[in-house]
Design a protein around this ligand. Structure first.
Ligand code: B12
Ligand code: SF4
Ligand code: SF4
Length: 417
């Protein structure tokens, strides 16, 4: 990888091996490795809007991402447009990406560490099958983000917030598909990676491309949209100028804020001050099994960690001003600033942010599906009515078989808080 500033919130501390997509959470869940009950329930989507966006059981002909996934990759124009100035081409590509529907865009080198080693799903139209090794020699990764609607996210978990989540994911596939097609028309190879069809891991690439930083809740945080983003990538050989990791204060904020850990209904987010080292990267990791189980139990996508985050706010002048200030505040003095900001955030937006939404005939206060797991006695009242979590026992979940998760320091032994 070419010389770049390293990200502050996810430090690369050792060699990173490529990840086999078959060993990532969704394929594992589909194989029943997190339990039969979760597998049977996870993709169930009784609501028609949710079904066209998120339902695995929907007819493939009714699912746009499935149709895009199954389309053959277009041909590359044999006459390549000359690129005398890669920086200028990068500017143009960003403009085009925004025109095609992306909300944010950044460019980085394609680090092979973030290319899956083998694919989990095949595509008949592309002549690939599950288990094929992935060879993606492209040089650049153009990272796109499509933002979700703030008021509808605030109504999570409900059918209407799920519909918005699914709509955003589906819509994010469109600029990605079109941008790859555009670059092929310029005469350079390009491949789109998005919802349901990834050869690359979008989050580290987005961090490297300067779209944001990795938060305690395990997601990319953008300075305007927080984590309310659907990430996708176009990889290509089109010569481009690249961006670099940025600092928007997430490192200091996440160390002291911990608001997502307090509001996560399934205690999947750690309160620990110590990060884990996993696959050569020091970062906070969530307990993905408890997160999965919670979503399966309530029958909706949970978005609390997104809507809770102090960076994920309505577009207001005081939010913009705060981030502006935070970025310019001396590093050593930032911790002093964070506590009052979190206090203000609690005061203005609530300690457990939630806002009722009534749209398209849905009412987020009334349309909860409730748990349908036979015999389940868990307390399923809406999470915004539950008490906040406090530091306590937090158990890391194994991600891969023979997971070599090791603690970052003697204080962290996989149990946090
Ligand atoms: C499987 C999956 C899940 C699983 C497991 C999540 C997990 N942490 O592994 C479950 C169902 C729990 C889940 C939940 C959610 N997810 Co999800 N999920 C995925 C998916 C499809 C694959 C992730 C994966 O392969 N993980 C396995 C390995 C690779 O994980 P890992 O080693 O822990 O590494 C992760 C990070 O640490 C980071 N990373 C790895 N190496 C490095 C190195 C550096 C330097 C950096 C900076 C980062 C980094 O990237 C990995 C991405 O998950 C991705 C899309 C994708 N293809 O990446 C979306 C994705 C991560 N999910 C997303 C979202 C929005 C959610 C939810 C809010 C939605 C929901 N309620 O369902 C919650 C939030 C939970 C949370 N706090 O993380 C977004 C995140 C957007 C963002 N702003 O960052 C993604 C990128 C989907 C998308 N296209 O936008 N998800
Ligand atoms: S999606 Fe919900 S359950 Fe999962 S980590 Fe975020 S807040 Fe917790
Ligand atoms: S809620 Fe606070 S601790 Fe959690 S990711 Fe956002 S800034 Fe970091």
């Amino acid at each position: 990888m070419a010389a770049q500033l390293g990200p502050r919130t996810a430090r690369i501390v050792g060699p990173q091996r490529r990840v086999d997509e078959r060993q990532t959470p969704h394929p594992r869940m589909e194989r029943g490795e997190f339990g039969e009950r979760l597998r049977a329930r996870y993709w169930r989507a009784p609501d028609p809007l949710k079904k066209i966006f998120l339902g695995n059981e929907a007819d493939p002909g009714n699912s746009l991402p499935t149709i895009l996934r199954e389309a053959p990759e277009g041909k590359v124009n044999p006459v390549a447009t000359p690129v005398p100035d890669p920086a200028e081409m990068a500017r143009k590509i960003k403009e085009i990406a925004l025109f095609l529907g992306a909300d944010i865009v950044g460019i980085t080198y394609l680090d092979q560490a973030y290319v899956y080693s083998h694919r989990a799903r095949g595509s008949a139209a592309r002549g690939t099958k599950a288990g094929d090794p992935i060879d993606l020699p492209h040089k650049y990764a153009i990272c796109l983000g499509k933002a979700g609607d703030y008021p509808l996210y605030m109504a999570s978990p409900s059918f209407i917030s799920d519909a918005e989540y699914g709509r955003g994911l589906t819509m994010s596939a469109i600029p990605t598909f079109l941008l790859a097609a555009y670059i092929r028309q310029l005469g350079y190879p390009a491949r789109s990676h998005g919802y349901g069809k990834y050869d690359v891991i979008p989050m580290p690439l987005a961090v490297m491309a300067g779209l944001g930083e990795l938060g305690r809740h395990g997601m990319l945080i953008h300075e305007k949209y927080g984590s309310r983003l659907h990430l996708s990538v176009v990889t290509t050989d089109l010569p481009l100028g690249v961006d670099h990791p940025i600092d928007i204060g997430v490192e200091e904020f996440c160390r002291s804020c911990k608001k997502c850990a307090r509001t996560c209904p399934s205690r999947s987010i750690t309160f620990s001050d110590v990060k884990d080292v996993y696959n050569g990267v020091e970062k906070w990791r969530i307990n993905l099994v408890s997160c999965y189980n919670y979503k399966a139990a309530i029958g909706h996508n949970c978005l609390y960690c997104t809507t809770t985050c102090c960076y994920d706010k309505r577009d207001t002048w005081y939010h913009t001003l705060t981030i502006w200030l935070l970025k310019r505040w001396p590093l050593a003095l930032r911790p002093v600033l964070v506590k009052p900001l979190v206090w203000l955030d609690d005061l203005i937006w609530g300690r457990r942010p939630y806002a009722r939404a009534r749209r398209l005939g849905y009412d987020s206060d009334l349309d909860r599906e409730g748990c349908s797991i036979p015999g389940c006695k868990a307390d399923h009242k809406p999470a915004h009515k539950k008490r906040l979590q406090r530091p306590g026992r937090w158990v890391q979940s194994p991600l891969f078989p023979n997971d070599e998760l090791r603690p970052a320091s003697p204080q962290s032994n996989g149990q946090h808080g």
